[in-house]
Design a protein around this ligand. Structure first.
Ligand SMILES: CC(C)(COP(=O)(O)OP(=O)(O)OC[C@H]1O[C@@H](n2cnc3c(N)ncnc32)[C@H](O)[C@@H]1OP(=O)(O)O)[C@@H](O)C(=O)NCCC(=O)NCCS
Length: 350
């Protein structure tokens, strides 16, 4: 039976680098505090002319170019994001236009930091049935931060990861195996970006306070739930697939922060040399994080045929997910990450 398969991977980390030390000029924090609490050393921010659609299109084009796939042959372009180009239309429509996917249908999905895995689980049956699609996880989270909230602002970065998906009958690559995902809307107030929708409309007062479009988070509660729920859903998937932690070659977790990654690895029973992390350089890029991680791993040639990968993710909603991947053949990939520009590219006074 045909299975959903990742034919190629594209990753894009925008070129502006903001180090922890640079943040200290904007808020009362320190490199030491950020590194010891989160493992993060620097994050990327999009350039002044970049938007969620352009960043998505760059990663999407990288996936297409890596494979040599004609955008005209795409059936779907799906962007998974919590920081869309605009409220309407979907960011995916701008990406579809930019990459020239003239026959494709385009739509966005929003699921917080677990959204990319949820999206893969939703779309895998379509890919298995022969639809060819680009699934792109993108966030410009630095555009949605309150720089006066030091506990939150230091955690996030910008980036995009794209998978070209299709059926295992047509081409080989990384098979999308079984996955699980769950949500608990009773925790919706703990992490999110509440303003600007229909519940909390933007008012002149909010604009004055500069909080109308920023992320709010109760950090310690998020930490506790993230560790517990990612560990649980990772263990459940392993047990349903009759696999032990030892049989997983790589854990590719959502790159939230190093302490969360370490705690989940410990609770599920992984050695740290099984766990991929590049959170030190890219911080938390939300929906982009797992695609970016895979693009980086492929570039570093860490992935080999026959390997089994387990991803776990957690984010706003709360929503959380786990996903198994099996490497049949190493997919083509391109990871664009030249960090040439030290500094911030846009105004910080949000
Ligand atoms: C955000 C997080 C790093 C904060 O760490 P913590 O140890 O829980 O810190 P607390 O919130 O208890 O704050 C401890 C102290 O550090 C201070 N602090 C917070 N942010 C700071 C910063 N950037 N620099 C310096 N001090 C900071 C607080 O003000 C507090 O000071 P106080 O004790 O004088 O009041 C941690 O809660 C966390 O990792 N949460 C999960 C966040 C996450 O990954 N979210 C996305 C999930 S998808």
């Amino acid at each position: 039976m045909a299975e959903a398969t990742i034919w190629s991977v594209g990753g894009y980390a925008p070129p502006y680098i903001v180090t922890n030390d640079m943040l200290t000029t904007r808020m009362d924090t320190s490199d030491e505090w950020i590194r010891t609490r989160t493992g993060i050393r620097e994050r990327r921010t999009a350039g002044p002319d970049e938007t969620t659609a352009t960043v998505s299109a760059t990663a999407a084009q990288a996936a297409l170019d890596a494979y040599g796939f004609n955008a005209d042959d795409l059936d779907w372009v799906v962007v998974c994001t919590d920081t869309p180009e605009m409220w309407s239309p979907a960011t995916a429509c701008f990406v579809q236009e930019a990459i020239g996917a003239r026959r494709a249908s385009a739509i966005d999905l929003t699921g917080g930091c677990a959204g990319f895995l949820q999206t893969l689980q939703l779309l895998s049956p379509l890919a298995a049935s022969g639809k060819r699609m680009l699934v792109i996880g993108t966030e410009l989270l630095t555009h949605a931060l309150n720089w006066r909230d030091r506990a939150t602002a230091v955690l996030f970065g910008d980036g995009s990861g794209a998978f070209l998906l299709g059926s295992s009958d047509d081409a080989d690559g990384i098979r999308i195996g079984p996955g699980l995902s769950r949500s608990d809307g009773s925790q919706a107030d703990i992490l999110g970006k509440p303003y600007g929708g229909t519940r909390y409309r933007i008012t002149p007062e909010l604009v004055q306070q500069g909080e109308m479009h920023t992320i709010r988070m109760e950090g310690p509660k998020v930490f506790k739930h993230a560790v517990t729920l990612m560990s649980e859903i990772g263990k459940t998937l392993l047990s349903q697939a009759a696999l032990t932690a030892e049989q997983i070659d790589w854990v590719v977790p959502h790159q939230a922060n190093q302490r969360i990654i370490d705690a989940v690895a410990h609770q599920v029973g992984f050695r740290m040399d099984q766990v991929f992390s590049h959170v030190a350089h890219y911080a938390n890029t939300g929906s982009a994080s797992i695609g970016l991680a895979l693009a980086d791993m492929l570039e570093q040639k860490l992935i080999a045929p026959g390997q089994k990968l387990l991803s776990v993710a957690f984010g706003a909603g709360f929503s959380w997910a786990s996903q198994l991947f099996v490497v049949n053949r190493i997919p083509a990939s391109r990871f664009l990450h030249a960090g040439e520009i030290l500094g911030d590219a846009w105004g910080w006074d949000t």
